[in-house]
Design a protein around this ligand. Structure first.
Ligand code: SF4
Length: 411
């Protein structure tokens, strides 16, 4: 995207689109060339440019005083949780160092959705593709349990489906309502399925494996045939739209892909990892050898994908302090207000904490939003690292600077 003469990449979901323009009108940034509702909402959420204020228990404080008090409190917690983790690569790396020093357990705000894909990957491996590969080669796209575009509005355009010369000839929706606006030049059938996605995927896997299947669903049998006949089929799934026991659905998707790859070519494509989730997962894994939901400690980091789920720890009262980081929408507050908290968020989050009655026992430190008023890097959902540029300068510190200052200030 372009802001005036500056290239810009949208940070508001993990597609990280870079094909539109961003214009400045009457002091507000507006999207030009796309009607993406998610991007527009992201820009509107950051429209206000009021004076950023740190606070300590609701009382306005300088950033320096807020940092000193936050470090003092953080040092007293015996078992902190670093939650949210909604930041960019530099922010995650700085939080990692702080977590290592304080022995914190770390999980992203959308850790539950991340965990399903990770579990399936750990158990069985995967064939995963990229947006570029879909654009260049996929001739059949199957959206499984998702319409894809409700949460990732530009997905079909990123796959090149709006172009007449796309190799994609068929876009199938399995167990999901197709969106209203679909490419006019290709077949877009819907397969309702039984209402039980796990059972439908199990049957589809059996049919793709060419085993006989008594009382087979004829639409699923037709889909299995189309998958086998395709030169390059891609099964698209959305982490946040999976049913309970989502890892099982992902494992079955991978199994179908593996069966297809015996004779033809196929891959899966996950929609997820927005708001820095994919970035945090990648960075933690390469820095510690373990993914999120790990208690970091220098001697012996401990990973437990179930016990160390952030929301579970909070619900069980298993942590005595929360450092919540969320650089994106100011509305996403920590889910608890009765636990000591240090909150790193955009300036608009401070007033919301006060309005929600969540300012007691809380230090709030305003931070920049990567891709809006700070440069940075994020992982795209297909694993590509994408640079972000600032669309404006609000003279706010990034999460990396704030976390590094907290580390320095620890007694
Ligand atoms: S699809 Fe995502 S990255 Fe693309 S413009 Fe919309 S919010 Fe931004």
């Amino acid at each position: 995207m372009r802001v005036g003469s500056v290239e810009w990449t949208c940070p508001f979901c993990s597609l990280l689109c870079d094909g539109f323009a961003l214009a400045s009108r009457e002091g507000a940034l507006v999207l030009d060339g796309s009607d993406c509702p998610r991007a527009r909402a992201g820009l509107v959420a950051h429209q206000s440019r009021g004076q950023p204020e740190a606070f300590v228990d609701g009382a306005v404080a300088s950033l320096e005083a807020g940092l000193a008090e936050a470090a003092r409190r953080l040092a007293q917690w015996r078992q902190p949780l670093f939650g949210g983790l909604g930041t960019d690569l530099a922010g995650v790396r700085a939080l990692f160092r702080l977590a290592l020093r304080t022995g914190a357990i770390c999980d992203h705000a959308d850790g539950e959705a991340l965990a399903a894909g990770l579990r399936a990957l750990q158990d069985r491996g995967q064939f995963h593709t990229t947006l570029a590969e879909i654009r260049a080669r996929a001739d059949l796209l199957v959206c499984v349990g998702t319409d894809a575009v409700t949460h990732y509005p530009e997905f079909f355009r990123r796959c090149g489906l709006d172009r007449d010369d796309t190799p994609c000839r068929r876009l199938v929706f399995l167990g999901a309502e197709p969106p209203t606006q679909l490419p006019a030049h290709m077949e877009t059938p819907r397969i309702a399925g039984s209402g039980d996605l796990l059972a439908d995927l199990q049957q589809l896997a059996t049919l793709v494996g060419a085993a006989t299947c008594r009382h087979a669903d004829q639409e699923l049998a037709g889909l299995a045939q189309a998958l086998r006949a395709a030169r390059y089929a891609v099964l698209v799934w959305e982490a946040a739209a999976l049913p309970r026991q989502g890892a099982l659905a992902v494992e079955m998707l991978h199994r179908i892909v593996m069966l297809l790859n015996r004779e033809t070519r196929a891959a899966s494509f996950a929609l997820g990892g927005s708001d820095g989730a994919a970035t945090a997962q990648q960075a933690f894994t390469w820095l510690s050898g373990l993914p999120l939901r790990t208690r970091l400690q220098a001697a012996d980091p401990e990973h437990d994908p179930v016990r160390f789920a952030g929301e579970r720890l909070l619900a069980d009262g298993a942590v005595d302090g929360l450092l919540w980081t969320w650089s994106w929408t100011p509305e996403r507050l920590p889910s608890v207000a009765d636990l000591p908290r240090v909150v790193l968020g955009p300036p608009g989050m401070g007033p919301r904490l006060r309005q929600a009655g969540a300012a007691r026992d809380c230090v709030f430190l305003p931070v920049a939003t990567p891709g809006l008023n700070a440069a940075g890097h994020l992982f795209r959902t297909d694993g590509t690292v994408v640079p972000l540029v600032a669309a404006r300068d609000d003279a706010l510190p990034g999460v990396d600077r704030v976390a590094a200052s907290l580390l320095e200030a620890l007694p």
